[in-house]
Design a protein around this ligand. Structure first.
Ligand SMILES: [Zn+2]
Ligand SMILES: [Zn+2]
Length: 222
């Protein structure tokens, strides 16, 4: 509602072509989904069709999917959402996830990677929870916030080792795990994979047999 009112004041522009009216027009969305991401979410090597986890990686999760590389239109779209506070982008992002992921069993539980309290305060909302809730509605799946987060922030520019140490202090399981159902962890951008890998291991240690990961974008390896 607030978003609708605001869109009259400052209309949304497509992050791809600048068309007025939506953060991502149908054409630009089509261009993203017609160019599927065919690399391993964990190591970046080519995987071919059928998911984004190669046979040699053992990152803690059993399956992975990713909408695309963090570049071009997808990078601008995610940037507009995370850093420009374009609230309406959550619908574009969940719709991209919906089109990029296969059918999931109806008992699948969706788990958002919790956002840090300071980022929620800055934006006024939990940006990942919005995406995840909208995606779950599209797929008629249940969301459970089974992972909690302590105050410390994970530094995005820290090296892999430092980042993993921070991740281990940050996340914990705060809810009983149903061993019979698959858990799908959703994150926005996967960089080193330390967060989704560690959270997957936490869920496995808590008893989950199937832990899957979906990401909106993967940071290209430079
Ligand atoms: Zn467009
Ligand atoms: Zn791999």
């Amino acid at each position: 509602m607030l978003d609708t009112i605001l869109s009259f004041v400052a209309p949304h522009l497509c992050s791809g072509c600048g068309e007025i009216g939506t953060p991502l027009c149908d054409n630009c969305k089509y261009n993203i989904t017609q160019d599927p991401f065919l690399s391993c979410l964990s190591c970046g090597k080519p995987t071919g069709a059928g998911g984004n986890l190669c046979l040699s990686c053992r990152p803690g999760y059993n399956k992975a999917w990713c909408v695309g590389e963090r570049s071009g239109v997808l990078q601008r779209l995610v940037g507009n959402y995370k850093f420009q506070n374009m609230h309406a982008v959550h619908r574009s992002l969940s719709s991209l996830l919906d089109e990029s992921l296969p059918n999931l069993p109806p008992e699948t539980i969706i788990v958002p990677i919790p956002t840090s309290a300071s980022h929620i305060r800055e934006r006024g909302y939990d940006h990942m929870l919005l995406v995840v809730r909208h995606f779950a509605r599209l797929r008629q799946l249940e969301v459970q916030q089974v992972v909690g987060r302590r105050g410390a922030t994970v530094q995005h520019h820290a090296n892999r080792q430092k980042r993993l140490a921070q991740v281990k202090q940050t996340f914990f399981v705060n809810h009983p795990i149903d061993v019979t159902v698959p858990y799908l962890i959703i994150d926005d951008v996967v960089t080193t994979g330390a967060t989704v890998g560690y959270v997957s291991k936490l869920l496995r240690q808590a008893g989950a047999k199937q832990v899957w990961v979906a990401a909106i974008a993967r940071q290209p390896i430079d």
